[in-house]
Design a binder for this molecule. Structure first.
Ligand code: CA
Length: 237
């Protein structure tokens, strides 16, 4: 069965058009036209991806996104109006994996959906994930536990507060233990594909993670591989 996608769009014609295209591609699709209904639907059911319009009646898309990330983190692609730069930035900061500007070509939307599902969908990390102990979205590395469903990280039981991007970066590295990931790969996973901005942003997030985890707990978790990228090596006592 195809991935399960929720379309949240109040413009009926557009919603219907996208729905037909996605069904045609083999996805399992549901559509909601208001923010409130969408939030209820997406928190009560597990979707592989949510296409979320920002301008919505009742509860706007950014608010839906924030609440969804707290209650049931799900990959989200935002549908934004042209020139709504602040919406895009706030959306990515709030945890969206990508955005697409309206009006869009359906082929572009389909391509972004495929990328989002590949990077963030079920089975992220693929076969490599088996290298970390993984129980229902929980990764452990020595004293560190990353609980994806609860979006929670603890070290020896102490909770660490991470931003969405720090969390994603740490999770991506933990899903690829002993595999060196390039800054480009990490950038794509953490900031979404077609991210435009500072390319050293990954270095900045690594620094934040080190100051929140390594420095506090005397660990050496994320290692720099000069000229290549970063890696978390298997935990050794
Ligand atoms: Ca709208």
């Amino acid at each position: 069965m195809g991935a399960k996608i929720l379309i949240v769009e109040d413009e009926e014609q557009l919603a219907r058009f996208v729905e037909l295209e996605l069904v045609h591609e083999g996805y399992e699709v549901k559509t909601e036209g208001s923010g409130r209904a969408a939030l209820r639907e997406a928190t009560e059911n597990q979707y592989d991806l949510v296409l979320l319009d920002i301008m919505l009646p009742e509860l706007n898309g950014l608010e839906v996104l924030r609440r969804l990330m707290n209650e049931r983190p799900t990959p989200v692609i935002l549908l934004t109006a042209r020139d709504a730069v602040m919406d895009k930035v706030s959306g990515l900061d709030a945890g969206a994996v990508d955005y697409i500007t309206k009006p869009f070509a359906i082929e572009e939307l389909l391509a972004r959906i495929r990328v989002a599902l590949k990077l963030h969908g079920p089975g992220i990390g693929g076969g490599q994930a088996a290298k970390t102990e993984k129980t229902e979205g929980v990764r452990t590395w020595g004293p560190l536990v990353l609980d994806e469903p609860k979006r929670r990280v603890t070290v020896s039981g102490h909770e660490i507060t991470l931003t969405n991007r720090e969390f994603l970066l740490l999770m991506t590295l933990l899903d690829n233990v002993d595999i060196v990931l390039s800054r480009d790969t990490l950038l794509e996973k953490v900031c979404g594909y077609e991210y435009v901005g500072e390319t050293n942003v990954i270095d900045v997030y690594v620094r934040y993670l080190r100051s929140k985890i390594d420095d506090v707990f005397s660990l050496r978790m994320i290692q720099t591989v000069r000229g290549v990228g970063y890696v978390i090596k298997s935990w050794e006592e």
